[in-house]
Design a protein. Sequence first.
Length: 365
Amino acid sequence: MAQIVIKNIRKEFGAFTAVQGSTFTIEDGEFFMLLGPSGCGKTTTLRMIAGLELPTSGEIYIDGVEVSQRPASQRDIAFVFQMFALYPHMNVRKNISYPLVSQGMPRAEVRKKVEEVAAILGIQALLDRPVGGLSGGDRQRVALGRAIVRNPACFLMDEPLGALDAEFREHMAEELRALHDRMRATTVYVTHDQLEAMQMGDKLVVMNHGVVEQFGKPQDIYDWPATTFVANFIGSPPMNFLAFEGMVGSGSRQVSLSGVTVDVPEMLAGASGPLILGVRPENVHLDDAAPYRGRVIATEYLGTTQIVTFDTANGQLKARVGSDKHVSVGTATGLTFDPRSITLFDGTTGRALLSHANRKVLGHG
């Protein structure tokens, strides 16, 4: 398989810049997610790795070889599309074997490889069936089989589960991850679904407006977002933002929210003016004795937990609490925050301020 290195990749379409100087490394054998909203540049980035688009500038290395200006045919990759891209006039066996037949591989070897791939995907019984009558899930397995049979250096997948219904999508996500764990193939996967990215990825890049907002492990990005965009995009519900005017300096351990002192991680960087205190809903706790107050404006029952929405002096805030906790709309209560989990953001730039809590994730710059 292969390591993929992206260095300062930029893609312009006339006056429009789709990707702005992206840099990151996909290690050999990783399941790597390109995540972001529609139009953020993730599919363009994937197509540049594949050779379906050539970058305006920058470098792409696959297994140590610079390939940025080489066509797709000269890159050892396999591409899996959202809409399967199967040949409708061929049966399953012929669809899977097509790349090998095109290479002139002997018929006996082709048959052997197709049988091996079909066994991996559990579609042996489908090999002689036409693809037109298959379910969406089975069509996706055939598309995967056609990619796997070539044994490429890496797999590139553009929202491959996007055409499936929600229930089967979750099942196929588990199946894809299990397949990757068995094969240990370098895989680059594009999605706009943050739950899918968190569930499947070893690492992920979060993109917005052609810019890499953050790169790292899913848990690190969830716990310590680099920007307010990432904090809002990752998580359901997303991170709470409490806006305030103030000043923090290096070594600060507290901020003032509407006259109430709130503990925060020890700061390693300072800022003044518009600031934002970010805290995840599961790190908000209800405490009648706490001085920071919120009024309940909505509750959402989720089985073992509930999401309670509060109106506070610094904006709306959501808390994830046990469903056995009795709360009533219209009542006021005190709120506390786990100081170990708080991120402070510069309200002007939207970037996280460095602290002792997030330095291991964000301290590399």
